[in-house]
Design a protein around this ligand. Sequence first.
Ligand code: ACM
Length: 544
Amino acid sequence: MKKSLYLFLLICLVAFEAVAQEINILPRPNKIELAKGQFALGDAKAIQYAPEAEKEAAFLKKALQERYNLSLQTNAGKGKKNTISLELDKKLAKDLGKEGYRLTSTPTQVTIRAATAAGIHYGIQSLLQAVHTSGDSYTLPAVAIEDTPRFEWRGLHLDEARHFKGKEEVKLLLDEMARLKMNTFHWHLVDDQGWRIEIKKYPKLTEIGSVRKSTAVGEKKWNSNKQSGEPHSGFYTQEEIKELVAYAAERHINVVPEIEMPGHASAAIAAYPWLGTDNQKIEVPVKFGRFYDIYDVTSPKVQEFLHDVLQEVFTLFPSQVIHIGGDEVGYEAWEKSKQVNAYMKEHGLKTYADLQVHFTNNISRYIEQNGRRMMGWNEIMGINIHPDFEEKKADANAETELAKNVVVHFWKGDVKLITQAASKGYQLVNSLHSMTYLDYNYSSIPLQKAYSFDPVPQELPKEYHQNIIGTGSQMWSEWIPTRGEMHYQVFPRLAAYAEVGWTQPENKNYEQFRKGLLPLLKVWEDRDIHFAPLSDAEEQKKNQ
Ligand code: ACM
């Protein structure tokens, strides 16, 4: 190659890079082509929209007003000059799928095209992040973006059973999920230490089960004998749940409720002692851990209770998938129970793990009869993933096969277990605890490690890659009592997990991600979000 040509190409490359750096969208879009020029938002005449994108147009109008003080009209219709045009074409589903979009910006027009309103919504999120501010002038670089998510399940989980955070915090999280193109809010509403969802047929669940007298505190966490001495309480009425589900839906977020069974059931048993194996009156636990009675799943009355609760859950949550927990079930209570052992004999169930799978399969059938689909933590497969827990290391594996058509939520175990689940045809959400638990501190999951997570393990045979439908990040809250502490754990790691769920591995780049994070930190600061500073979030890197 001639030296001058080589030099010219090099200059082009550097220039392109310099411009490309200016577009900071998180999660990183999968295709970005920058062109010359820019669109001045101040000159935009209107937002034009296809009828199916009316709500998205209103969302964009409001965002431009709030952030940039720009007042744009919204009009049904398409294609006029100097407008932002939201166009829907179902045929685009072939190229863009259910959630993809094309965002094209020229000096005279901005167009977002997608097959669905969800795609338009994601295009809007990209548009809003791509705006450049210079004094009072707001511009969008001329660009062609084509973008589709890597995974269909991009989740944030929130445990409100251990510490109730309330409606405003949930809305804040939903807003930030929407900004980051996450689409699944996994709401952990029930656990030993609290029942947080109103169930009309069983009012004591919240009257008694949503209040505990005190809470374990202290530096030693799980081993602490210290108590707060303060009561903790809170729950969502059905009206509030409907409001939050609608708020999420406006942001194209599906809310997946988690109702734990057969373990993590103490708050329910405190409300109705007959739900447990030994009918003892207990209090809502003030300590964390796994030392409690569990549902007597062999009792017809308990089965009826769980069906009744699920009926109300179906009415409140349109989600196709309903999460039933199923993790960390301590079998001691079943071991000691005469009626449970008699039931097992009668049904030819050899082990307590078999009883759990048998029960889970009945629940799965019930959920399917009601037109939904069950999901549970990977213990629902009946394989003992807890040889490290003293009280569970002797548990046998089940011979009973888990029902088909359920989603396995993988949180613990090795790649052999994922492979086994996939080879049996299960769909999986990969929430491996050592990579995705937001309650873990930054020295165990620093930002870059969170960012590096690949939900498809390298060792997983290719034919099973399609079984991994996505990933979740989990905000367990035993030791996270306040909103500020929660923010510190969630932000900025949430942005890393958003990119894990959305961006193809070949388009990921940590330095580029980090750069994109800077304007986002400013947005969070303006919203009074108490994120971890990068010096804390990158703790391990700093110490290396
Ligand atoms: C879990 O962390 N117990 C799913």
